[in-house]
Design a protein around this ligand. Sequence first.
Ligand code: FAD
Length: 499
Amino acid sequence: MVTRRATIAGLGALATQLVLPSAEAAQAPPYQLGEWTGDGFAPMHAIRDGLWRAPLSAPERRVDVVVIGGGLAGLAVAALLRDRDVLVLEREADPGGVAKSGRWRNVDYALGSAYIVDLSDPFRAFYETLGLAPRPVSEPVDRALSGAAGAGDPREGEWRGAYERLKALLRRLGESLDFPKIPIAKASAPALALDQLSLHEFLRREHIDAELFGLLDAYCLSALGAPAAEISAYAGVNFLSEINAPIYAFPGGNGAIARAMAARLSRAGEGRIVTGAAVYAIEPAVNGYARVGWFDARHPEEPRCLEARWAVVAAPYFFAGRILRGVDPAATAQMTRLRQGSYLVANCCFEGTPADLPYDSWALGAQSFSDAISATAVLPAAERPKDHSVLTVYAPFPDPGAGRARLLAGDRAGFAAPIVEELRRFMPEAFGGARLAEVRLTRWGHHHLIAAPGIVATMRALPKRFGNVLLAHSDGQGMPAVESAIVEALSAVETIKRG
Ligand SMILES: Cc1cc2nc3c(=O)[nH]c(=O)nc-3n(C[C@H](O)[C@H](O)[C@H](O)COP(=O)(O)OP(=O)(O)OC[C@H]3O[C@@H](n4cnc5c(N)ncnc54)[C@H](O)[C@@H]3O)c2cc1C
């Protein structure tokens, strides 16, 4: 039986294990290792190491709206304002932020963000505007694996009673007006009271059995940045409510949403998204134009400047607080103090007959990853390839700082080896009729806000407007989620439209 103790020990060991390169890493692995995708650290480090103090040069260009950061929130702002003179400055080579896709042979897979949960309005209307029709993920959506050969999902065995009680509690909360919702601006007082508790504390008060906490810790670490004892009950209940409802996914994950927005934007005019453009300074104006200092990531020594009637900062608050100039230092200090998780995602590409896997498999007690999504499970059975497949393996770091240091060091073989080793143990069927041909690693350094207790109160209190500079990033809702990015974008667009 997987106990909470075993799983917590597992999470703790993850940090330790990841520091030590496995013996296998010293030899050439029997699979190819792709080049890194995800965060290119250099532009932000160039800013950290001096540019953020550099003076702004004379503006070369004036636009109506400049958006800093082309993740889901930034792209949504730009797509919704596409009839204006809008420009997105995105520091990476591709837009999408953590919602990007890759492709191996004809299989689209996620590099980060994978699925969505809320299809009520305004989200439904938003997807419709983009011409997207989210498809529910077919059952079985997920399973919990203990790693013991032949062991079944404990939620259908010894954990059944506890799991049913958890579902009933979440159903009751979901039907109540006090459900902890996104947007947080509409939270009721009882929902806000949840934010002051940890999820762990709240569930213990509600007599949810301890045996479930191993699974909940893995869920919370993967989705909200830390185990249940370190997560706001507001964020935790909001997230966990998905276990009672269908989830929806596109092939390639939420990169599909980013691509739909980028396409909508470019239909309104070419050149609206400038990639490889890192912003190092933003100066708001009360009347007049905000000034934005940026550089081409290939030429950090040549700072450039533009001015805009509105500037929308759609970068993580951790960065935004560092590049905003001349605004309340207490606000920017609070932004830079927000804790960010670090994350590794490994796309494992298999040649041979694919195993019939559920969408998401949770490896309880695994030390090198939390869960693995089958990239082809979102396709109708008839459309799934017969001789190749991809597993998207999620490996959040329990110690974000140590994780970032390792991601920066970039030892790909050292990351891949323990993941592959544990995949073989937890999901041997994936290797049954197939050979692991390639592992493609993606790193996320500072893109995952940790939804700690009190986060909702903090985000509700932080100003989101400084003169004509607006903040619009998922961080603003205190929960890393697609819905957070959309809500923040809609709010910024409304402010701009009101003028
Ligand atoms: C691994 C992972 C898996 C996830 N899975 C899910 C999921 O399945 N479902 C879900 O709902 N949520 C998921 N999330 C969370 C959710 O996807 C994100 O909260 C959301 O996509 C964030 O969008 P965003 O636009 O707010 O921010 P980001 O994606 O952080 O985008 C910010 C953008 O700003 C750019 N930028 C930063 N600084 C600068 C600068 N100085 N100059 C120019 N550009 C800059 C960045 O390069 C980036 O493109 C996941 C997150 C991670 C990390």
